[in-house]
Design a protein around this ligand. Structure first.
Ligand code: SF4
Length: 373
C-alpha cells in the first residue's frame, strides 16, 4: 500500500460536493467562474419505457462541474471523447443552455443576463472550433469570415472592417493580400489561422479553444500552439483550452482540469499533475504516449481498458470504477468526495485518504487483471 498511498497528507475539503476545479487559481481574480454546472439532454421515451411506464433517462453530458479561470490564465480541460468537455465549453459561452448551475463572467451572472447584456458578453467571449474545414463558410472570403462578427454587432463601417481583417490576417501569420481568397484556397493550418482571426476580431477577453489543433498535422500543430501563445500575450487573452491529448495541454496551459463522464476528477498546475498525478484516470492519460502518426494518435487511450460507460446510466460509486486498475470494492459503493491534495490541487479518488475504507476493501480483481494484460 505504501507505493500507492503517496498523498496521505491530503484532506477532504469541507465542501465535499465541490468539484476539483474550484481550487485557488494561479493568476489572480477569476474572469470566469463555473459552479455546479449541469447539462442534461432529454431522451425520447422508448417503446419499452412506455410499456413499463418508465420515465426516459436523460443523458448527463455535464454533471456538476465547477472551475475557475483567472484573468490571463490558460486552463486546460482534458478527457476522452464524449466526456463532456466540449459541451462544457459551449455551455459556458451560452451557445447551449445550462440545465443547472451558475456561470459568472467578470462578476456578472451569465445565466441571468438580459438579451442586451448577452449581446455585450458575446463580444467579450469567443470560440475557436476544432475543424478548420467545416467551421468556415466556403462561400465567404477570408475577409468576410473574419469581420462577420463586427458586421453583426454593427462595429465600424465596411472600409474599417476591411482594414481590421487585413491587420488580423497579418497578426495570425497570413498575408493581408489573401483577404479575398476563399477557404478552399488555404491549407488546414491556414484555415485555422483564419478561424483564430475571426475569434479575435471583436477584441475579446476570453476565448474557448475547442480542440484547436487536433485536426491538424503534427508539424502544423506546434505552429498554431505557438501562435495562440503569442496572441495571448499580445491581446491579453484568457483561454479555456479543450483537448483530448495531455501532451498538447502541457505546452500551453497553466493549470489542467481532467474530465471523466461529465465530472472533473482532478485539477491543478500542469507541472505538478504531470510529475505526480493523484487520480488513476489522469495516470492513465499520462501513460498514453504522445503519438506522431494519425493512426497512432487514435490509440492514445490504448492504455485504458474497456469502453467509456454511457452518460445515460453512469456507474454507481466512483464513475471510473469499471475501468480503474486500482479500484477496490469500496469504489463501487459511494462516490469519492473532493480531496485537497495540497493547496493548489484537488482530486476525486479515495486513494487520497489514508483512513478511508478503500484501503481495507478488496481490490476488484477483474480490473487489476485487465490492466495487466
Ligand atoms: S475512487 Fe477507486 S475507482 Fe475511483 S479512481 Fe479512485 S481508486 Fe479508482
Amino acid at each position: 500500500m505504501s507505493d500507492t498511498n503517496s498523498h496521505t497528507d491530503a484532506t477532504v475539503d469541507s465542501h465535499t460536493n465541490a468539484d476539483p476545479g474550484t481550487e485557488a487559481t494561479a493568476a489572480g481574480e477569476p474572469l470566469v467562474s463555473v459552479e455546479g454546472l449541469r447539462k442534461y439532454y432529454a431522451n425520447e421515451q422508448s417503446i419499452v419505457d412506455r410499456v413499463l411506464g418508465n420515465e426516459p433517462e436523460s443523458v448527463k453530458a455535464v454533471d456538476g462541474v465547477s472551475f475557475e479561470v483567472a484573468e490571463g490564465e490558460t486552463l486546460g480541460l482534458v478527457g476522452e471523447s464524449g466526456c463532456g468537455k466540449s459541451t462544457t465549453g459551449e455551455t459556458v459561452l451560452r451557445l447551449r443552455e445550462a440545465t443547472e448551475g451558475r456561470i459568472t463572467f467578470d462578476g456578472e451572472n451569465l445565466l441571468e443576463m438580459s438579451d442586451g447584456e448577452l449581446t455585450q458578453f458575446r463580444k467579450r467571449a469567443q470560440i475557436v472550433f476544432q475543424d478548420p474545414f467545416s467551421s468556415l463558410d466556403p462561400r465567404m472570403t477570408a475577409g468576410d469570415i473574419i469581420t462577420e462578427g463586427l458586421k453583426i454587432h454593427g462595429v465600424a463601417d465596411q472600409a474599417e472592417r476591411r482594414e481590421t481583417a487585413r491587420d488580423l490576417l497579418e497578426r495570425v501569420g497570413l498575408s493581408a493580400d489573401q483577404i479575398d481568397r476563399y477557404p478552399h484556397e488555404f491549407s488546414g493550418g491556414q484555415r485555422q489561422r483564419i478561424g483564430i482571426a475571426r475569434a479575435l476580431a471583436l477584441d475579446p477577453e476570453f476565448v474557448v479553444l475547442d480542440e484547436p489543433v487536433s485536426a491538424l498535422d503534427v508539424s502544423v500543430q506546434a505552429q498554431i500552439l505557438n501562435l495562440l501563445d503569442d496572441l495571448q500575450d499580445e491581446f491579453g487573452l484568457t483561454y479555456l483550452f479543450i483537448a483530448h491529448n495531455l501532451s498538447v495541454v502541457r505546452h500551453i496551459c497553466d493549470r489542467v482540469a481532467v474530465m471523466y463522464l461529465g465530472k472533473i476528477v482532478e485539477t491543478g498546475p500542469v507541472d505538478e499533475i504531470f510529475a505526480d498525478p493523484a487520480h488513476p484516470y489522469t495516470k492513465a492519460l499520462l501513460a498514453s504516449v504522445p503519438r506522431v502518426s494519425t493512426e497512432a494518435r487514435e490509440e492514445d487511450f490504448a492504455t485504458l481498458h474497456g469502453d467509456v460507460p454511457s452518460p445515460r446510466n453512469p456507474p454507481t460509486g466512483c464513475r471510473f470504477h469499471t475501468r480503474c486498475p486500482e479500484a477496490r470494492a469500496a469504489c463501487r459503493e459511494s462516490a469519492p468526495p473532493d480531496y485537497a491534495v495540497n493547496d493548489r490541487r484537488r482530486a476525486k479518488c479515495f486513494r487520497n485518504d489514508a483512513d478511508h475504507a478503500y484501503w481495507d476493501s478488496e481490490p476488484i480483481e477483474e480490473n487489476a487483471r485487465t490492466a495487466g494484460d
